[in-house]
Design a binder for this molecule. Structure first.
Ligand code: NAD
Length: 250
């Protein structure tokens, strides 16, 4: 309701140190499907989760071929930032943004103009590849070019090892430094804003608990209910591209 929007605006105006956590929902209006929303990749095909498991990916060449096929035409690589990403760049201008923690792997926050120092990619980025043997990191565009040219399971040009995206797959640990930074940002904020995330994946979702434990106000912007709605001072249910610019407008 408009009362909730007003209440959220007041909390943001009063806050000094704001930490934001975003999920796939900030990018759906840029044409990238989420995982667990009504049109989500897993909602439509629960088996899709299997190809994003690191053990299956390492052990099964057919899983890798499927992953590369899917990556070739994925809308993520043609997507541009939308109003939600832009509204968060605007928030940064207030000088009160402590950190922009994202579960997204699409780099749209950075492309919209959010400072790289403020963005922490909890689940890595889909715009790079890493060799599972020698650790060499390369641009995803190079591997996609090779797949487009006919390779179905491109290998590391240095050692022949298996290439994967620089994302955190199921069965992998989050980067310790990134996670530490995220926890510090949750501990150090007085307002925590969770946007476009079903808050179903840990440890990312647990950041809400940390912020709430230290007394920060929590605002949730998401179309569907989340397990954390009860700890939130305000829950806004509308479409993110409409709600967020209105809430963050100064
Ligand atoms: P999720 O799919 O679990 O949840 C997204 C939530 O956003 C859903 O609850 C949905 O109802 C809501 N939503 C979607 N579009 C919305 C809109 N326009 N307005 C309001 N609400 C909207 O996503 P998650 O919590 O980020 O979790 C999952 C994992 O998915 C992450 O690990 C992430 O790496 C990965 N992922 C990333 C991308 C991306 O980079 N854009 C896309 C798909 C999945």
């Amino acid at each position: 309701s408009s009362d909730d929007v007003e209440r959220a605006r007041e909390l943001i105006a009063a806050a000094q140190r704001i930490t934001v956590l975003t999920g796939a929902g900030v990018s759906t209006d840029s044409g990238i499907p989420d995982f667990r929303g009504p049109e989500g990749v897993w909602t439509k095909n629960p088996k899709a989760e299997l190809i994003w498991n690191v053990d299956n990916y390492r052990d099964d060449p057919e899983v890798r071929r499927e992953a590369w096929r899917e990556r070739l035409d994925h809308p993520m690589f043609a997507a541009v930032p939308g109003r939600a990403h832009e509204a968060l760049v605007e928030l940064e201008r207030s000088g009160k943004l402590l950190a922009l923690l994202t579960q997204n792997i699409d780099e749209l926050h950075q492309r919209a103009g959010s400072s790289r120092e403020l963005v922490a990619e909890l689940h890595g980025s889909n715009h790079g590849t890493v060799c599972m043997s020698c650790g060499e990191v390369s641009p995803m565009a190079e591997a996609r070019d090779r797949v487009r040219a006919g390779e179905d399971d491109p290998r590391c040009v240095h050692c022949g090892g298996i290439l994967k995206a620089t994302t955190i797959m199921f069965g992998e640990m989050l980067d310790v430094d990134v996670l530490t930074r995220a926890r510090e940002a949750a501990l150090g904020c007085d307002l925590f804003l969770a946007i476009g995330t079903s808050l179903g994946v840990h440890p990312a979702a647990g950041l809400v608990d940390i912020a709430s434990m230290v007394g920060a106000d929590v605002i949730i912007v998401n179309a569907e209910p989340t397990p954390y709605d009860r700890v939130a001072a305000v829950v806004l249910r509308g479409g993110i591209s409409e709600v967020l610019p209105e809430v963050l407008r100064s």
